[in-house]
Design a protein around this ligand. Structure first.
Ligand code: ZN
Length: 198
């Protein structure tokens, strides 16, 4: 299947490994890239390499960041007495877009999923516990409104409440089974405002 020469075939192969990209899409993307200017193609390639080599986890909130601590953790404009726990960086970005939250975040990088062998020790829970000192008054659990997100929320609540911190869960305004990043900003803001103590 080497119709286009080795280098183009290799590009198509690499692109087709990406999630949601089938063989046809990979071909289309490969030809789009070949038609780019050399500078554009180089910028694309370099952005992939630098995203992979420069990015690290924030040592405070575990968000993806180039600088440690990340811009949110190091901002003087954020409240430090409230931490919102989300499953992944995309959820954090969704809440940031609402502009209705000025506290800090903690990124778990997943949710407890027993059927897939993902337990609490696979998530950034130890890192969350280590952040809880007297200055933190509330932890908002904003895991996704799915079975896995709910299991994680209950687990965290049982773990955190004995430590003397107020634990809340975002309201059920979010459609069940949906991923937070696809929920519109108004719904997210309402879910946050309507949070209730667990
Ligand atoms: Zn951070």
């Amino acid at each position: 299947m080497n119709y286009y020469g080795e280098s183009v075939t290799r590009l198509i192969e690499q692109l087709s490994r990406l999630p949601g990209i089938g063989g046809k899409s990979a071909q289309r993307l490969a030809f789009h890239i070949i038609n780019m200017s050399k500078d554009e193609a180089r910028a694309l390639a370099e952005s992939i390499v630098s995203a992979k080599t420069e990015v690290k986890y924030c040592s405070v909130c575990c968000n993806l960041t180039d600088s440690d601590p990340c811009t949110i953790c190091s901002s003087s404009k954020r409240r430090r007495d409230i931490i919102m726990v989300v499953e992944n960086p995309r959820d954090m970005a969704a809440y940031e877009k609402t502009k209705g939250y000025d506290g800090l975040y903690h990124i778990l990088h997943g949710a407890i999923a027993v059927t897939r062998g993902i337990g609490p020790e696979d998530l950034k829970i130890r890192e969350l516990i280590s952040r809880l000192d007297d200055s933190v008054k509330e932890v908002i659990i904003a895991t996704n409104p799915t079975v896995e997100g709910d299991v994680t929320a209950v687990y965290l609540s049982k773990l955190l409440k004995p430590l003397g911190v107020k634990v809340t869960r975002i309201a059920n305004g979010v459609p069940v089974g949906s991923d937070l990043e696809y929920v519109d900003e108004v719904t997210l803001s309402r879910a946050l405002e309507g949070r209730a103590e667990m």
